[in-house]
Design a protein around this ligand. Structure first.
Ligand code: DLL
Length: 433
């Protein structure tokens, strides 16, 4: 069993976690009510007072917060401490509308670093590791989060940031990086580039901590095989702190949520009703002990399932499944719900790399969906008959998975732009009309 960082909380029996959460939520709600007029007004409107909250069971009485609230209250409306007590801001990677800005006190940064340190330990990391961080640094939380966790653990940290693949590989070989932190799409690209340069035998990686975007089990297997590592998922969002809200352990069957800091619920996205354990629905987080930006009942729009099944790693914290795509990633095509991850699974199962682009359009009143798929470099063909056969296999596979007709066009290796951060998989032209 790997070395644990904080067994006293991570292996805590369920009743004790509950007790800790109950103590924290009472204080957290009082802090928010007293210092965030925006949320106080929402509570007042619902007729809920801090005195009504005695335990996490009472959380369901509280109003939800959504991304729209964050935009309404931009930039300072949800900050719960004087600005002079804040030491950092970070911002979401969203490209449309007003960005969401989150604030941190030093306590909040320490808490976040601790969560990321736990994630690195769960991936087998120790102070002897060389942690190569190529998530973006700056406003995006990926770089600063994993950087902070690696420091806290005492590992040698390489703050590479994203991009410059040549230099990434050079440092990786010269400095003997053992743990790689980046988006799964960039990990796949790095793997491809490492093999092209024929330097895989000089790579000392043993593990990767990949997150910030949806990725499939098929993609995990591909990356593990090509980089000869174990690949761990990590989840988080800027609004709640950043990466490390939850992370995978050696069992690789879902991510343990840091329940001593974040309380998770699953709700029906349409009615807002709290669903029982094991149900699929929208993930909602309540911060339990943050100072500057303590969001209560924040709707993530990520769809997943929670489970308390005993985990072989010994950790007792509740696990969330891989998000099955954001509720706002879901495309409705001819009335059918389609997630990019379903398409990716079909492609990888048929031996294609995860380099694809989905185009959704509307012709007259009919939705259409097509996908450009890169051919694998080692099986590249220009023979029209062979291409037609391969395309029709993919069309059939997608039909079986989704129940609708998807047009497929095989394209040359390397013709689809690679991403250094979060990959852009879908172009929905309907949104332009
Ligand atoms: O992506 C934080 C992060 C950085 C997580 C590095 C993991 C690693 P945002 O830019 O605010 O923060 O985006 C948050 O990204 O609501 C999910 O929809 C998605 N997401 C994050 N991690 C995963 C994951 C960072 N492991 C949004 N699997 C979240 C699937 C993920 N989706």
């Amino acid at each position: 069993m790997e070395r644990y960082f904080q067994p006293e909380v991570e292996l805590m029996p369920y009743e004790e976690i509950r007790k800790l959460q109950n103590e924290k939520i009472v204080k957290q709600v009082r802090h928010v009510y007293d210092h965030v007029p925006y949320y106080r007004a929402k509570m007042d409107e619902k007729g809920v007072k801090p005195e009504d909250i005695h335990s996490v069971d009472d959380i369901k009485k509280l109003p939800f917060l959504t991304k729209d609230d964050l935009r309404d209250a931009y930039p300072y409306g949800l900050v719960a401490v004087p600005l002079t007590d804040c030491v950092r801001i970070q911002s979401t990677s969203g490209t449309t509308g007003k960005r969401v800005v989150a604030f941190y006190t030093q306590h909040d940064i320490d808490l976040w670093d601790e969560c990321c340190a736990r994630a690195i330990v769960a991936a087998g990391g120790t102070k002897d590791d060389v942690v190569h961080v190529c998530y973006g640094y700056g406003l995006f939380t990926g770089g600063p989060g994993l950087n902070g966790g690696s420091h806290m653990l005492g590992s040698l940290t390489l703050p590479m940031s994203s991009g410059n693949t040549e230099r990434q590989i050079q440092f990786m070989t010269d400095l003997g990086s053992t743990i790689l932190c980046c988006t799964p799409s960039y990990a796949a690209y790095l793997a491809e580039s490492i093999h092209e340069r024929g330097v895989i035998d000089q790579i000392k990686l043993k593990a990767g901590i990949f997150g910030a975007e949806a990725w499939t089990e098929e993609m995990r297997r591909d990356i593990e095989k090509s980089l000869r590592i174990k690949a761990y998922d990590i989840y988080g969002l800027t609004e709640i702190s950043g990466p490390g809200v939850s992370f995978e352990c050696s069992e690789q069957t879902g991510m343990h949520i840091n329940e001593d800091h974040f309380y998770a619920e699953i709700i029906d996205p349409d009615t807002g009703e709290v669903l029982p354990e094991g149900s699929k629905g929208e993930l909602v987080f309540t911060c339990l002990d943050k100072e500057a930006f303590p969001l209560l009942r924040y709707r993530t729009r990520d769809i997943c399932v929670l489970t308390r099944k005993k985990c072989s790693c010994g950790r007792t914290h509740v696990k969330m499944s891989k998000p099955m795509g954001r509720s706002d990633d879901m495309m409705i095509i001819k009335g059918v719900n389609v997630f990019p991850s379903q398409i990716e699974a079909v492609l990888i199962n048929q031996g294609y790399p995860a380099n694809y682009q989905i185009i959704v359009d509307r012709v007259g009143t009919t939705d259409t969906i097509g996908v450009f798929v890169e051919q694998p470099a080692d099986r590249y063909t220009t023979d029209p008959a062979e291409i037609a056969t391969l395309e029709s296999h993919l069309v059939q596979g997608l039909k079986n998975m989704l129940g609708i007709q998807v047009k497929v066009r095989l394209v040359e290796p390397k013709s689809i732009a690679r991403s250094e951060g979060k990959a852009v998989r879908v172009i929905d032209k309907r949104k332009l009309y």
